[in-house]
Design a protein around this ligand. Sequence first.
Ligand code: URA
Length: 423
Amino acid sequence: MNVIDVIRTKRDGGPLTDDQIDWVIDAYTKGVVADEQMSALAMAILLRGMTGAEIARWTAAMIASGERLDLSTVDRPTVDKHSTGGVGDKITLPLTPLVAACGAAVPQLSGRGLGHTGGTLDKLESIPGFRTKLSNDEFVRQLQTVGAAICAAGEGLAPADRKLYALRDVTGTVEAIPLIASSIMSKKIAEGTAALVLDVKFGSGAFMKKIEDARELARTMVDLGKAHGVVTRALLTDMNTPLGLAAGHSIEVEESLEVLAGGGPADVVELTLALAREMLAAAGIDGVDPADALRDGRAMDAWRELITAQGGDPSAKLPQAPETEVVRADRDGYVTTLDAYGIGVAAWRLGAGRARKEDPVSASAGVMLRKKQGDAVRAGDVLMELRADEAGRIPSALEVAASAVTISDTAPDASPLVLERLD
Ligand code: URA
């Protein structure tokens, strides 16, 4: 097989054959196909697209590039959730123990934040002692004993994706729906879960700005999951404004604890429960209301068990940022826009985000909102608090945070958080 023929086929808009796909993924993983050749192919895919059959084969080839976990020894039904990412999206934190408390096992392989979006592993690492790296054996054992584990994907899982995603990141080829769908689904299918619920976000703070693109991504991923025997559903959810009040790491853990204690911001509770209900249904668990498990403390008990099992201290004091600054309303009115992207960039500039994968993040930096979109405000009211380890980070964050807010005379129309459901 000749890689230049494979690139030319896609460059000229043709579909790749199964043999071409199997060969190119295998050869790239082994280093036989060079980075520059794979980048040309990725760009051709971004520009020309792929058929459903090509995406399915590409995903299968990425799964076959590594190991597939066997969760058959876990005696509860397994169900995972994946979010395409956003600002203030801490939902995995309350959701995972909640669903475990309702009788499922949740094999949650999570990622780190990049750019303006946060990552679950970074948030959890703000808990003293918490380990995000588990061996496959530890992962499976914890699913058997605790019913949930949240950790990084092991090196052996879809190595082709690991290499290709890093390449796409530096070649302007991340934003191709076939490549995003196959990247996410190859890891989720290789992880061995029987069921999966996707939270596909759209809006200013999301990967997909338009709902049409989010819908196409969701449809592609649901079809891929089903083709591989994974019960897969998706919710399309709004990410034009941050979820909850906190955007950062330790402050998002604190907010998640409020939800697990039966309180917390209404939007975080709503999405946590909507996803929990989908996950339980996908896992075939009927007659359990996850709201009860939040109210009666079972979800909090499962959280403490999960954190302890991974070396963390669930009672430890979380890091607090020494430097703070507030943004105030400059007039009376209603908060008509509180833009997720702007708040995400502010949190990033404060030290919560990273520009490159290997950059460290600050555990306590971030934005704590005091008002949400739709709230009435008076001139001088505190809209949000910016938190950082170093005072020097505040001015550039302040600028972008202040311009993320618009205040006008009339209240905005309330918009739903969960827009559509696909199965
Ligand atoms: N997350 C992934 O895992 N892969 C992508 O391509 C995009 C987001």
